[in-house]
Design a protein around this ligand. Structure first.
Ligand code: TRP
Ligand code: ZN
Length: 887
């Protein structure tokens, strides 16, 4: 692809896609593994692509030492152009030829965690998106699919376990205490799905027979000592396999399926064919060390990577612009999986609300900021920067809307057609949508397909404008729906989207008006929906289940919102009504000129009390309703943001909720105690969540009146908690309320979990994310960086301390003295020197700087400019800060 320049970073464009000039039939890799110098012998069988005009072979490589190149067994001339190895004199014609390349690399020095690296004495690989070129010279692009066989050779004592993709076909001993293993992958794959692992590992094993009768060996590999934390991951894997067969008829296509956990990983996990590699965070759990959120995260990530086996691996992406083809679809699948596992209507709604919360608090800001991009981007400087909430979460919503438009069964039919057409191919987002539409020729999706696909090409969050008019005489209610979408970088104006709007009407008593529920497909700029035979002004419930990733703008009165909160048959909109009521109050207090004082009124507090008391509602749902909108979400609603003011308002709201509902919080805490064995199911975890919120509130209320009873109870609960969820909730109640008991509890927590990496991450994160009281958090974060357990090079640990402060604690990060921003710029540069991917994520903490009020705005711009001024920045960070500073 051509390289243009933006600033001084090369840019890759979607429109420049060209098919590969050569095809790779097979790859035979032989590794002599050594941390300091690993030798890689790569024997490929290549052919010229008959569909492409003859041209030189250009292979990608990075940080490799090239020792030898042979073509059909003989020395051949070659050049190195930039990072590419170029071969001009290759056999003419369409006959396959052999290319042998011998290189070495230094895994122990690989701090980027891309390619082949060493973590705690074990070898791992990470090849997506462009890591394979750090292992050997190759056509490192997803549309080149080949058959792989792999031989691993290593010292037997240091690396007893040798794994790669596919089936183990041979193993044995070599001289000098070394041994070898040979793996053959029966499926063709792009190189980004290649993986190897070598080290001292143990496995939990499970043999299963699938619905279709096939026998499979499942393995979860971890460090010795962690086996007691693998049961949930294995159960999640078995459930994923069963679910994909039941819901989509997609079976496991391998005899052996392996998951391996590593502590050093840039992301959550990776779907390498038959050999998934996971961040330990998404594998290891037992009741003593993992929270309910951790259990849920493991279930969804294990599902996600497993579901990639079909959506991503069997059918892969033509180029990286199509990333959402696999990621959006696979997130949709993992969300559906978790919902189906949750079971009850209420538990499904809780999962949906949690997913929407992520979308709105992370993706909406992205879509409104300097990094806004379509679900299928048109260009990038660094592909690693495009593993975003837009590609993943908005991409999932775009798939979900397709399901909404064709129905659940129609969608399953569409998936079937997609695999019939494209199994074994590298395809585009267009191919996916086309298959879903073609399988449902009479659907709204088929009718509106070209317009629907604007969801893939236009960035920005659409606004859905709704206004109702009731004509008493004609007994008619008219709802007008309109849409607009703000400009985003490079896209000054937008065309109308296809927006499925699920809605219904309630009467004044909150009863659903019969026959009013429907899904309106908005495709014009404005459309009206008419309801006849309506006796009194109804309360519309719009965008039920969050049927489209849009911002609903509707001037509902407080009374209408209270009715929806109390009565809507759609649990999502019930929750949403509560959020809107709270948001309205937060915004009023933030924008008022007065000092922050009691932002909540009796109507809101009474409604919250009623929710807390409602016997028919699940605890998990109550916890969501009683949790106020986050500071970031509040900030997004404003044109000018004063993070300190927002923090003060939200804290004042929390304190008011704590005081006004004190009796009910006591009730809630006491009524949701469970002493039985820990189970991470939705009912039990919901009870723990509500009890945890109650304890938090009770400690907060105690802060002002100085009453030591509840902090004392929290400390007691912290000490004798039967599981990590209760323990960490109690600890955060103490830390969050600034109790004097917090410090001894933190010390005790550290002593209890000294050797538990994932628990220590929580310990760091809790402190870095605590409410700021007089500017105390930044000095604490700096001090914790000196702690013997702090390791900047471990991504999980860096995230637990530094990201928790810069990305997740706005009240502490945005300081009038700009010290938070200074700290941020220093850390971005420090991390960029060894791990650009992680640095670029941190760099995004100031994405929304243009919205900040002074003095924050100028200070933030200065901090970004300081980063941008650095001479040898990575492409990753350069792209983020260049975009942030652009106008
Ligand atoms: N494909 C991975 C997923 O399931 C994403 C991923 C894992 C990744 N590790 C990575 C992407 C490293 C880029 C770099 O979502
Ligand atoms: Zn994925």
């Amino acid at each position: 692809m051509t390289s243009l320049r933006e600033g001084n970073t090369p840019v890759v464009k979607r429109e420049d896609y060209a098919a590969p000039a050569f095809l790779v039939d097979s790859v035979d890799l032989c590794f002599d593994l050594d941390p300091a110098k690993t030798r890689v012998l790569n024997k490929m069988r290549l052919r010229r692509n008959p569909a492409v005009a003859a041209q030189p072979l250009r292979l990608d490589g990075e940080d490799l030492n090239l020792a030898r190149v042979l073509v059909n067994g003989e020395g051949s001339s070659f050049k190195l152009e930039g990072k590419q190895l170029v071969l001009e004199k290759l056999p003419e014609g369409e006959e396959p030829f052999e290319l042998e390349i011998f290189t070495t690399c230094a895994p122990a020095k690989n701090s980027k965690l891309m390619g082949l690296y060493v973590s705690q004495g074990t070898f791992f690989t990470q090849c997506e998106a462009e890591g394979f070129r750090r292992i050997t010279y190759f056509l490192d692009r997803p549309d080149v699919m080949a058959s792989y066989q792999v031989t691993l050779r290593a010292d037997k004592a240091a690396y007893p376990v040798l794994l790669s993709n596919g089936n183990l076909v041979e193993q044995g001993d070599l001289d000098d205490g070394r041994h070898y293993a040979r793996w053959v992958d029966p499926h063709k794959k792009p190189c980004y799905l290649f993986a190897l692992v070598a080290g001292q590992l143990v496995a939990r094993e499970q043999r299963i027979r699938s619905r279709s009768g096939g026998e499979h060996l499942l393995q979860v590999y971890v460090r010795p000592g962690d086996l007691d934390k693998t049961e949930h991951a294995m159960n999640s894997l078995m459930a994923s396999i069963a679910w994909d067969e039941a819901r989509f008829g997609l079976p496991l296509d391998l005899e052996r399926f392996m998951i391996v956990a590593t502590s050093d990983f840039n992301m959550g996990a990776m779907e390498n064919k038959g050999l998934n590699i996971f961040n330990t965070k998404y594998v290891l759990a037992n009741p003593a060390t993992a929270t309910d959120a951790d259990y849920a995260g493991i279930e969804s990530v294990v599902g996600h990577e497993y579901f990639h086996n079909w959506t991503g691996n069997r059918v892969t992406c033509r180029d990286w612009f199509q990333l959402s083809l696999k990621e959006g679809l696979t997130v949709f699948r993992d969300q559906e999986f978790s919902m189906d596992m949750a079971g009850s209507v209420s538990a499904r709604a809780v999962k949906r609300i949690e997913d929407v919360r992520v979308l709105r608090s992370a993706q909406f800001p992205e879509d409104a900021g300097p990094m806004a991009h379509p679900v299928r981007p048109d260009q990038y400087a660094e592909i690693n920067n495009f593993y975003t909430v837009t590609i993943y979460e908005k991409g999932s919503e775009v798939v979900r809307m397709q399901q909404t438009l064709v129905g659940r069964e129609g969608f399953a039919r569409g998936m079937k057609l997609y695999f019939e057409r494209h199994d074994g191919q590298a395809v585009t987002c267009d191919d996916f949508a086309q298959a879903i539409a073609d399988a449902n020729p009479d659907s709204e999706l088929a009718r509106l397909l070209p317009q629907f696909k604007r969801w893939y090409s236009q960035a920005g969050t659409p606004r859905l404008h709704a206004s109702g008019y009731f004509d008493a005489e004609a007994r008619r209610y008219t709802l007008t729906l309109g849409q607009s979408c703000p400009a985003t970088p490079g896209q000054p104006s937008k065309k109308a989207f296809v927006i499925p709007v699920a809605l219904g009407l309630l009467d004044a008593q909150g009863r659903e008006i019969e026959g009013s529920a429907r899904t309106v497909v908005l495709s014009e700029t404005s459309q009206t929906v008419v309801f006849e035979g309506i006796d009194a002004a109804p309360v519309p419930s719009i965008l039920r289940g969050f049927s489209a990733p849009v911002i609903l703008e509707h001037d509902s009165s407080d009374a209408e919102l209270l009715t929806l909160l109390a009565h809507d048959s759609d649990p999502f909109n019930r929750w949403e009504a509560g959020q809107r009521l709270a948001l309205r109050r937060a915004l009023a207090a933030v924008q008022s000129a007065d000092a922050v004082h009691q932002p909540l009124d009796a109507a809101y507090l009474d409604a919250m009390r009623a929710i807390l008391r409602a016997p028919e509602l699940d605890a998990a749902f109550k916890e969501l309703v009683l949790t106020l909108p986050g500071e970031g979400y509040i900030a997004e609603q404003l044109d000018e943001v004063d993070p300190q003011r927002i923090h003060a308002v939200r804290e004042a709201m929390r304190e008011q909720l704590a005081h006004a509902l004190q009796e009910d919080w006591i009730q809630a805490f006491e009524a949701h105690q469970d002493n039985g064995a820990f189970r991470p199911d939705p009912v039990s975890s919901g009870r723990r969540a509500l009890a945890g919120l109650a304890l938090n509130m009770l400690c907060l209320a105690a802060r002002e009146n100085g009453n030591p009873v509840w902090p004392g109870k929290a400390l007691q609960r912290f000490k004798d908690a039967g599981n990590m969820t209760d323990r960490v909730n109690a600890l955060s109640a103490l830390v969050g309320s600034g109790s004097a008991l917090a410090q001894p509890a933190l010390e005790r927590f550290h002593a209890l979990f000294k050797g538990e990496e994932l628990v220590l991450d929580k310990w760091f994160a809790l402190q870095a994310g605590a409410p700021d009281r007089g500017g105390n958090i930044l000095p604490l974060v700096k001090q914790l960086m000196q702690h013997p357990d702090f390791h900047l090079r471990n991504p999980n640990r860096a995230r637990s301390l530094i990201f928790s402060y810069c990305n997740a604690n706005p009240g502490a990060f945005h300081r009038v003295d700009a010290a938070g921003y200074r700290f941020w710029s220093e850390r971005v540069l420090e991390i960029d020197a060894f791990n650009p991917q992680v640095a670029a994520r941190l760099a995004r903490a100031l994405d929304r700087w243009k919205k900040l009020a002074e003095p924050y705005r100028s200070a933030a711009r200065e901090a970004i400019a300081r980063v941008a001024a650095k001479a040898d920045l990575s492409n990753d960070v350069r792209e983020v800060v260049t975009r942030a500073l652009a106008d």
